[in-house]
Write a protein that binds this ligand. Structure first.
Ligand SMILES: [Mn+2]
Length: 315
């Protein structure tokens, strides 16, 4: 599965690594891990990482973004990570590259790179990169392994989400052979500012439930502005205050922005991806997102989720 990718890496002197906007731990861990991996195995190559800032994942070593001119793309290979659609890619200059390759673990929507390594059974993009290193017999350093492990931990919810399988642990074990310190990974990931702890408490109290026990939170634009944080912090950051409530198998967080309603859907057992796709979004079977036009669309989505529970078809 990785031969074509390895050949393209060997063929190009310059490799530019992209990933999605609003990076999560998997996007940054994958980007930093792959950058180290290529640099350490092919020291003569020039490797860049581009995109918007790492935000709360800036603790991952190697997350720094390279400021490069358009000319750097001439004759280069662009590798796009952890992204199911080209609209999600941060820094759209990847189109200037001579060749493009993609490594992803989201549900396959369509091909948009010359070389595609997409495996939606993988818990994380970082896990796929680690597998690439292992299967191609590449040298793996401690810092590369640590970045990739961080990606695996975040995207698998500390090895708890149902995408976690025996291969996940095999790869994690392979990475841990590098004997990096996991304590500071977990300290960085799972301790929070008091402000965020309080924000989560506020959102826990905001949660409501439909007659089918679909959990939902709706934050209108006026209220959103009072929190003084990004829409992403509310939308993605608060959806899981409704996770782990007994009897609640679907939960959704609606966040109004100036011109749309961001929506994050999660479930323990229903395919909420089909609902996200119906509204122009996507993601994974049990975790997806979409951008809606207005509150009416949000209410209509909520009705679709009620119907999904009503039908009782679990994955
Ligand atoms: Mn991911």
């Amino acid at each position: 599965m990785f031969n074509e990718l390895l050949n393209e890496i060997k063929k190009h002197d310059t490799i530019i690594i992209h990933r999605h906007y609003n990076p999560d731990g998997d996007a940054i861990g994958s980007q930093a891990g792959l950058k180290y991996l290529i640099k350490e195995n092919f020291p003569d190559k020039t490797v860049y990482a581009v995109g918007d800032p790492a935000g709360r994942y800036a603790f991952i070593e190697g997350c720094n973004i390279d400021d490069i001119p358009d000319a750097a793309y001439s004759g280069a290979l662009a590798i796009l990570l952890d992204s199911s659609a080209k609209e999600l890619i941060s820094d759209d200059r990847y189109v200037l590259a001579e060749k493009t390759a993609r490594i992803d673990h989201h549900m396959f929507i369509g091909k948009f790179c010359d070389v595609e390594v997409v495996d939606s059974t993988a818990e994380s993009c970082a896990g796929l990169i680690a597998l690439f290193a292992k299967e191609c017999g590449l040298k793996l350093s401690k810092r590369s392994a640590k970045a990739l492990f961080t990606g695996m931990v975040t995207d698998s919810g500390r090895f708890r989400y149902d995408s976690t399988n025996s291969r996940t642990f095999m790869i994690a074990s392979y990475l841990m052979e590098q004997q990096f310190d996991t304590k500071d990974i977990y300290a960085n990931l799972y301790s929070d500012d008091l402000k965020m702890v309080r924000l989560r408490a506020t959102f826990t109290l905001k949660a409501e439930f439909t007659e089918k026990n679909v959990g939902y939170i709706y934050t209108d634009y006026e209220e959103f502005k009072t929190y003084g944080v990004s829409s992403f912090t509310i939308s993605r950051g608060m959806v899981n205050v409704m996770a782990e409530i007994k009897g609640v198998d679907i939960w959704v967080n609606f966040t109004e922005t100036e011109d749309s309603v961001l929506c994050e859907l999660r479930s323990t057992k229903y395919n909420i991806n089909q609902i996200a796709v119906k509204y122009g979004g996507g993601g994974h079977l049990l975790a997806s997102g979409a951008t809606l036009k207005n509150k009416e669309e949000a209410l209509s989505m909520l009705e679709d989720l009620n119907n999904l529970v009503e039908r009782g078809e679990t994955v």
